[in-house]
Design a protein around this ligand. Structure first.
Ligand SMILES: C[S@@+](CC[C@H](N)C(=O)[O-])C[C@H]1O[C@@H](n2cnc3c(N)ncnc32)[C@H](O)[C@@H]1O
Length: 186
C-alpha cells in the first residue's frame, strides 16, 4: 500500500515534469513568430502542489499511509508556466476556490516582471473558458495552451467544443480515469 501511495506522488511529479517540458518546447517553437502566446490554467490550484492537503480533501488517498515526504511543497502548474522560458505573453489562472485565488494573486509578487500579465479568475472553469474564447475571436494573433487538471469530471463537453472551434489552442486534459470515466462507463 505504501508503494502505491509513493507511486501516486511520483506520478504527479512526472505529470508536471511533462507539462513543463511541453510548455518549454511550445514557446521555443513559436518564439520567432508574431503570435502572442497565452497560457490558461483552468484548475490552477494555488501555484504550489501539496499532495497531502489537496488530495485528502477529495478523498482520493488514504493519507494515514503516506510518508512525510509527501507533504513537501512542489511547484504547481501555475508556477511551472511562469517559470517557462521563453515566456508566455499572458497567464490566466482560473480557480473556483476564493482562498486558492488569494494564493494565486501572490504569484504577482514572486514574478514582478510578469505581474501585469497575470490574470487570476475566480470562477467556474467552464464559464471562464467560454469568456476567454469569446474574447479570443476578437484578438486574432493569439496561440495558446490550455491545461485542464480537474479532480473530477468538471469539464463539460460544450467547453471542449468551444475550445476546438478556436483552432488555436493546444489543450491538455488530464481526466481521472479511475474515479471518473470508469464509473461513468457503467
Ligand atoms: C488537481 S487540482 C489542480 C492542481 C494544479 N494543476 C497544480 O498543479 O497545482 C484541481 C483544482 O481545481 C479546482 N476546481 C475544482 N472545480 C473547479 C471548477 N469547476 N472550476 C475551477 N476550478 C475548480 C480545485 O479547487 C483545485 O484547486
Amino acid at each position: 500500500m505504501a508503494d502505491l501511495q509513493n507511486f501516486g506522488g511520483d506520478w504527479t511529479q512526472e505529470k508536471l515534469a511533462r507539462v513543463s517540458s511541453y510548455l518549454t518546447a511550445y514557446t521555443n517553437a513559436l518564439k520567432n513568430t508574431t503570435f502572442s502566446l497565452i497560457y490558461i490554467d483552468a484548475f490552477a490550484g494555488t501555484g504550489y502542489r501539496n499532495v497531502k492537503s489537496d488530495d485528502k480533501k477529495q478523498g482520493l488517498w488514504s493519507f494515514d499511509l503516506l510518508d512525510e515526504d509527501a507533504e513537501a511543497l512542489h511547484a504547481g502548474s501555475a508556477r511551472i508556466a511562469l517559470e517557462t522560458s521563453p515566456r508566455f505573453a499572458e497567464y490566466y489562472f482560473i480557480e473556483q476556490d476564493a482562498i486558492k485565488c488569494a494564493e494565486l494573486e501572490k504569484l504577482k509578487l514572486d514574478y514582478p516582471d510578469k505581474a501585469k500579465d497575470i490574470y487570476v479568475v475566480n470562477e467556474d472553469a467552464n464559464t471562464a473558458i467560454r469568456h476567454i474564447c469569446k474574447s479570443w475571436t476578437r484578438r486574432r494573433n493569439l496561440r495558446g495552451v490550455l491545461f485542464l487538471d480537474p479532480f473530477g469530471m468538471n469539464v463539460t463537453w460544450q467547453t471542449i467544443e468551444t475550445v476546438a472551434k478556436i483552432e488555436a489552442i493546444d489543450m491538455w486534459y488530464l481526466f481521472p480515469l479511475g474515479v471518473g470515466v470508469n464509473r461513468l462507463l457503467t
